[in-house]
Structure formats: structure tokens, C-alpha cells
Design a protein around this ligand. Structure first.
Ligand code: PRT
Ligand code: MG
Length: 214
């Protein structure tokens, strides 16, 4: 049995064509079904529907053999015990710093300055600002980060941006891009040794599908 951990929403949708290329069809729609373990057309392949942030955990502990997760999630979680064979080029976005338009970010990120950042991405933020020599007080949030600068709780946020509509709707400005984000295929290193052939087959099919221009 090969178990694949996926999250609902954008990653799931973008993954379906890749699965299809590997000859795998998921039999239930996770947006409609309440099932968390989904069967596929292949009797020895199943899909776990987990929270996006839990995908690396399932794969690391062997609850799933493989999974698909954003680079953002992977960097926050750490990649211990995980083999990362492919950048799937799906669910693309960027991770950026955003602040109120009236906030003087350029002045605030001088070497040795101090900045209050609200984010779900504390590890990524800590490293980014440490490399700049800027001291940061990090406030961990789990969502709706955009509110924090508006109510004076933080100077800026670090969050994912794709169209920029969410920032605009909340009167925030993207002041610096940290990195480009896309989703990665991750594989449990022990599973790769024990189930080498079927896992290799899936990795190769995904790689093949990626090589075909959309
Ligand atoms: O929703 P839940 O709390 O269960 O988990 P999650 O929010 O981590 O999952 P999900 O499915 O929303 O995101 C999964 C992955 O998709 C992320 O880890 C990213 O790798 C990737 N991804 C790509 C994005 C976006 N684009 C994105 N735009 N994830 C989130 N967003 C959000 C962003 O946080 C912000 O609130 O969309 C908003 C910004 O979008 P724009 O278009 O308004 O700029
Ligand atoms: Mg979400």
C-alpha cells in the first residue's frame, strides 16, 4: 500500500492532473465527502486528507509514504527524514513582508533596528531578519495576519501573497519579497527504501507530467 498525504483546496486541485498522469484517480471529492482516507482506482494507493501544515508531519512519522506540501510549510516544519525529489511548480505564490502604507519600512529595517512582526511563519521570519541584522519581536498568529498592523499590534506581517488582493483589501503594502513558493513532493526516507519500486514509479510519472508543457 502507498499512502499519499494531501491537503484540501488549492494543493489538492493542482495535484489531480499529476495523479492522473501517474494513472491514479481519487474516487471521492474531499470537498464533498467527509471521509479523510480516500480510495483511488488503484487498490494499493490511498490518499489521506490532512491539514496543509500537518502534511510534513504525516510523512516524517511514516503515517504517509509521500505527500505534497508548500515550500513555506516545509521550511517552517523542517525537512528532517524527508526526501524532496520534485518541485511540482503548483500552488505558486511568494512569501513577503507587508506593512501599512504609512509605515516607514526602509527606515525600520536598518541594521540594529527593532521590528514587531506578526506571522504564522516564525522560523522563516526569524532567519530572514537575522540575516539582515534586524532584531524582531515575533508574534505568532494562525490566520488573518493582515489585521495585526491595522490594530497596532505589529509593525508588519510576513505572509503568503499571490494576487495581492488580500493585502490591498486591508490597506497593506508589500514592502519586501522574501522568496518564491511552490509545492514540493516529499517522501519518507525509510518508505523510499522499503517500497522503492512503486514510489519511484509515482515520482517518475510526476516528473514526466511536469516536463510536458501545459
Ligand atoms: O486553510 P488551512 O488553515 O487548513 O491551511 P492553509 O491555509 O495552510 O492551507 P491552504 O490550502 O490555504 O494553503 C496551502 C498552501 O498553498 C500554502 O502552504 C502555500 O504553499 C500555497 N498557497 C499558494 C497559498 C496561496 N497561494 C495563498 N494565496 N496559501 C495561502 N494563500 C493565502 C494567503 O495566506 C493570503 O491569506 O491567500 C491570501 C493571499 O492571496 P491573494 O491572492 O489575495 O494575494
Ligand atoms: Mg488557508
Amino acid at each position: 500500500m502507498i499512502t499519499l498525504a494531501l491537503s484540501k483546496g488549492r494543493i489538492f486541485e493542482d495535484t489531480l492532473p499529476l495523479l492522473k498522469a501517474a494513472g491514479i484517480e481519487v474516487l471521492d471529492d474531499p470537498e464533498k465527502s467527509r471521509k479523510l482516507i480516500l480510495a483511488t482506482n488503484l487498490p494499493d494507493v490511498r490518499v489521506l486528507v490532512v491539514r496543509a501544515t500537518d502534511v510534513p508531519t504525516y510523512v516524517q512519522y511514516g503515517g504517509a509514504d509521500m505527500g505534497i506540501t508548500g515550500k513555506d510549510t516545509l521550511l517552517e516544519h523542517g525537512s528532517q527524514g524527508l526526501y524532496q525529489p520534485l518541485d511540482l511548480q503548483i500552488a505558486k505564490c511568494r512569501i513577503s513582508v507587508a506593512a501599512r502604507a504609512d509605515f516607514d519600512y526602509a527606515n525600520a529595517v536598518r541594521q540594529g533596528a527593532r521590528l514587531k512582526i506578526a506571522t504564522k511563519y516564525v522560523a522563516i521570519s526569524r532567519e530572514f531578519f537575522a540575516n539582515k541584522g534586524v532584531h524582531v519581536d515575533l508574534i505568532k498568529l494562525y490566520g488573518s495576519m493582515e489585521i495585526a498592523p491595522l490594530v497596532g499590534m505589529a509593525d508588519a506581517i510576513v505572509d503568503l501573497v499571490s494576487t495581492g488582493n488580500t493585502l490591498r483589501a486591508n490597506h497593506l503594502v508589500e514592502v519586501e519579497q522574501i522568496m518564491e513558493i511552490s509545492s514540493r513532493l516529499i517522501v519518507n526516507q525509510a518508505a523510499l527504501k522499503l517500497k522503492r519500486e512503486p514510489i519511484r514509479k509515482i515520482i517518475d510519472a510526476f516528473a514526466c507530467a511536469l516536463a510536458v508543457p501545459a
